[in-house]
Write a protein that binds this ligand. Structure first.
Ligand code: HEC
Ligand code: HEC
Length: 370
């Protein structure tokens, strides 16, 4: 019998391995094994392939001296060991001590902690309870199963609302998450898992999730939209604008800007004309473009800070910004009615770490934050 050449050796083995490996990968994936297990199963098949290739290799020349078989034996052992060690080294390691430390960690205490420390503690609670498994926070996190709590700006909502959503996630369904899977996704056991202190810290952390440069974004990635195009928000904004929202009692944009957009006060901006210009009464702070092109940041700044020495007061120092964003979204409809829009406003890119730092250093947030 003739020895096989290397090509003959692998001619059938390689395709068979390829088919087998694919099947193993797919079946293991379908059966719900984590990716590292899938890799391990396929590696195991690869070991089989190597064994069969070795079996079919041409026989080595007969050993002449004792030294030869010692070298071959140790050589084989060394190759095997190096292979084994270098491959297993690449696989994720499990350190029992890390897991034990996690279990033994003392519960978070928030009594006596100052604001930033409570927020930092809340972030730890968020991480440890695997919230990141489903929720992104701006650029951070690894899944879009639930809303990005950063771009949704959960921090605009009241502490009570946020707390309620954590304890009873079915209380109010997030827009865009109406499919049955998403409805039931968020666990309902956090009320039992978190003590009062942890919950307070968690809410303090979530309250920091706001963006002074973009209006909130709703929906499930990649099917998302901004509040500018959200029918429900525009209806709520109309209520705020007309002074009928109980949470912003005393605020009524329509007394000056007009219920139908016709200004009731001379000088108040006419929202019906998208070509209108930004105020020129704030030295060093003027935007050139027409009203219809105003960036979100400008809307937010003007409405929260007002125009000094005019009746346009800094409403953001008195009323929760949650409602001001809604009123702004509604104000736009006077020159850009919802039913005439041919396309939605683009969803802004998710703010980066650097941008978030900039908001803090450039004082884009008001103090105190409502
Ligand atoms: C298994 C996935 C999953 C985990 C884990 C999870 N969530 Fe959620 N969460 C969701 C989904 C999906 C929604 C949207 C559907 C809904 O409203 O129930 C949601 C909604 C929310 C909302 C409401 C947002 C809104 O629209 O008002 C908050 C707040 C929230 N989650 C916070 C948390 C916090 C805090 C944790 C960790 C303690 C957490 N979630 C863990 C999936 C998850
Ligand atoms: C008491 C009257 C009054 C109320 C209430 C009021 N505004 Fe104004 N608003 C004005 C006046 C006057 C101006 C023009 C300021 C100026 O001279 O530049 C103005 C200007 C604005 C501008 C344009 C700022 C600029 O850069 O030119 C926006 C946007 C605006 N208002 C939105 C709102 C919204 C939204 C509300 C309700 C939340 C509101 N206003 C409530 C009087 C009012």
């Amino acid at each position: 019998m003739k020895e096989k050449t290397f090509v003959q050796n692998i001619k059938f083995k390689l395709p068979i391995f390829a088919v087998l490996a694919t099947c193993i990968w797919i079946f293991a994936g379908k059966a719900g094994f984590p990716i590292w297990w899938q890799i391990e199963f396929v590696s195991f098949a690869l070991v089989g392939l190597i064994v069969f290739i070795i079996l079919d290799l041409p026989a080595l020349a007969p050993e002449k001296k004792n030294r030869d078989w010692v070298v071959r034996l140790l050589g084989t052992y060394a190759v095997g060991s190096v292979l084994f060690i270098s491959i297993t080294n690449q696989l994720p390691q499990f350190d029992p001590q890390v897991e034990i430390d996690k279990l033994n960690k003392p519960p978070i205490k928030i009594e006596g902690l100052a604001g930033p420390e409570v927020i930092a503690a809340g972030r730890v609670v968020f991480e440890e309870n695997k919230c990141f498994n489903c929720h992104k926070v701006f650029w951070e996190g690894n899944s879009d199963r639930g809303p990005n709590l950063g771009t949704k700006q959960i921090g605009l909502y009241s502490e009570d609302y946020i707390k309620k959503q954590i304890l009873d996630p079915r209380y109010k369904q997030s827009p865009g998450y109406e499919d049955p899977k998403s409805k039931k996704a968020m666990p309902t056991y956090y009320g039992e898992d978190l003590d009062e202190g942890q919950l307070t810290a968690l809410v303090a952390y979530l309250k920091t999730m706001r963006d002074p440069t973009n209006i909130p974004v709703e929906g499930k990635y990649p099917d998302q939209w901004t509040w500018w195009d959200d029918e429900t928000i525009l209806k709520e904004g109309e209520v705020v604008f007309n002074g009928l929202e109980p949470a912003t009692e005393g605020l009524n944009c329509s007394v000056c800007h007009g219920k139908d957009g016709i200004p009731m006060m001379t000088g108040a901006l006419d929202f019906r004309n998208g070509e209108n210009k930004d105020t020129d009464k704030i030295p060093g702070d003027h935007y050139e473009g027409p009203l219809k092109d105003w960036p979100d940041e400008l809307w937010y700044k003007r409405v929260t800070r007002g125009v000094p020495e005019t009746p346009m007061a800094p409403w953001g120092t008195i009323f929760p910004h949650l409602y001001l964003w809604k009123a702004e979204a509604y104000a736009r409809t006077f020159h850009d009615p919802l039913d005439k829009r041919t396309e939605k406003r683009p969803v802004p890119p998710v703010p980066t770490k650097e941008e978030i730092e900039r908001w803090k250093t450039e004082g884009l947030f008001l103090d105190p934050l409502l």
